[in-house]
Design a protein around this ligand. Structure first.
Ligand code: ZN
Length: 352
């Protein structure tokens, strides 16, 4: 599988080069396809739908759905304060709580996201200044369907509205916490009653965390996980994606084949795909001017256009046909514009 995967990786790079696309292979989330690893082939474009973390210093490239960065570890110094419930009238956001109590900086707060995974309410905990990446939550749980809880579901599950939510003492709900919260103490979080919060929260003793996972979305300027240089976020079009599926599907579907000795074997699978439509869109985004598309030769429907200005002129038509014959013999695709139209119209169309 590794050998075939690398061979496809190389072939894809050569294909995209011939298409005139500057692609970067990036570490990707395998998403619902699953498998052990996958690589996306990304073309930078503001029209894209994916964000890619790029380190110019060491070449690290990863989709934000998968990429990580170095987070400065916070050591909660000072004596451990006792868990205490305190009133926070009107506090509805991380910033509100900081305004009320200067100790409660975003770094000292636990953000509680109420999510519904395959119909089950799940709490995802992050540091106050971090954002949840939905794909990471999906990948770390294997959920098929994932969405934020509605206002009613949130009140049903925790008894309070967003702004006062927390996981202290919560029983019966699955709680996942981002790795950056591990070992933290003296933190602030909602008390599951509107206008009340806790201080002195210790992740180890006050919250039953079921799993510690990477849930955080990396932001521009954070330190590269490999070398520490600042990361850039580049918007991209995903032009191709290759997956190592291993035996996931073969085993799930009970597929087996007989080998040369007649013994039954479970096949190993890979999945390799180029998004034809997206590749064409990426080419169009990267090869055009104000007058229209400039297809690279490898994908242009025709290499040459012969514009005959007066189609009533037999000599001109004869020469055009001769040019076509000679260039086609040399391996070019030639189109003759023999429409009865004004030269201006023909030249304008030729620009396309
Ligand atoms: Zn780096």
């Amino acid at each position: 599988l590794d050998i075939a995967f690398e061979a496809h990786h190389g072939a894809y790079l050569r294909i995209f080069e011939r298409l005139g696309l500057a692609v970067m292979p990036v570490q990707a989330s395998s998403g619902s396809m699953g498998g052990s690893a996958s690589v996306e082939f990304m073309v930078a474009s503001p029209a894209g739908e994916d964000d890619v973390l790029v380190c110019e210093a060491c070449g690290y490239r990863a989709n934000v759905e998968r990429g990580t960065s170095r987070v400065e570890e916070i050591v909660d110094s000072g004596p451990e304060t006792a868990l205490e419930r305190f009133p926070t009238p009107g506090v509805r956001s991380i910033a509100d709580l900081t305004a009320l109590d200067s100790e409660a900086t975003a770094l000292q707060q636990i953000k509680t996201m109420v999510m519904v995974l395959d119909g089950q309410v799940v709490l995802a905990l992050l540091r106050g200044d971090h954002q949840l990446n939905f794909q990471k939550l999906q990948d770390s749980t294997g959920a098929i369907d994932l969405r934020p809880a509605t206002a009613e579901e949130t009140i049903d599950a925790l008894g309070a509205s967003p702004g006062s939510l927390g996981a202290v003492g919560v029983e019966g709900l699955r709680v996942l916490a981002d790795l950056s919260l591990r070992g933290r103490k003296n933190m602030f979080t909602g008390a599951n009653e509107d206008d009340w919060h806790y201080r002195g929260v210790s992740l180890d003793t006050d919250i039953s965390v079921e799993e510690w996972v990477d849930l955080r979305e990396v932001e521009s300027g954070e330190a590269c996980i490999d070398c520490g240089a600042p990361l850039e976020i580049v918007r991209c079009i995903e032009a191709g994606h290759i997956f190592k599926l291993g035996r996931k599907y073969a085993e799930a579907m009970g597929i087996s084949v007989l080998d040369a000795e007649g013994k039954s074997q479970v096949p190993t699978m890979g999945s390799y795909g180029i998004g034809i439509g997206r590749a064409v869109a990426a080419i169009a985004e990267n090869h055009h001017d104000d007058a229209g598309l400039i297809w690279p030769m490898s994908v242009a429907p025709f290499h040459l256009l012969v514009t005959v200005l007066d189609v009533g002129d037999d000599e001109a038509m004869r020469l055009a046909a001769q040019v076509q014959t000679e260039f086609e013999a040399a391996g070019f695709d030639v189109l003759i514009d023999d429409r009865e139209a004004r030269p201006g119209v023909k030249f304008a169309d030729a620009e396309l």
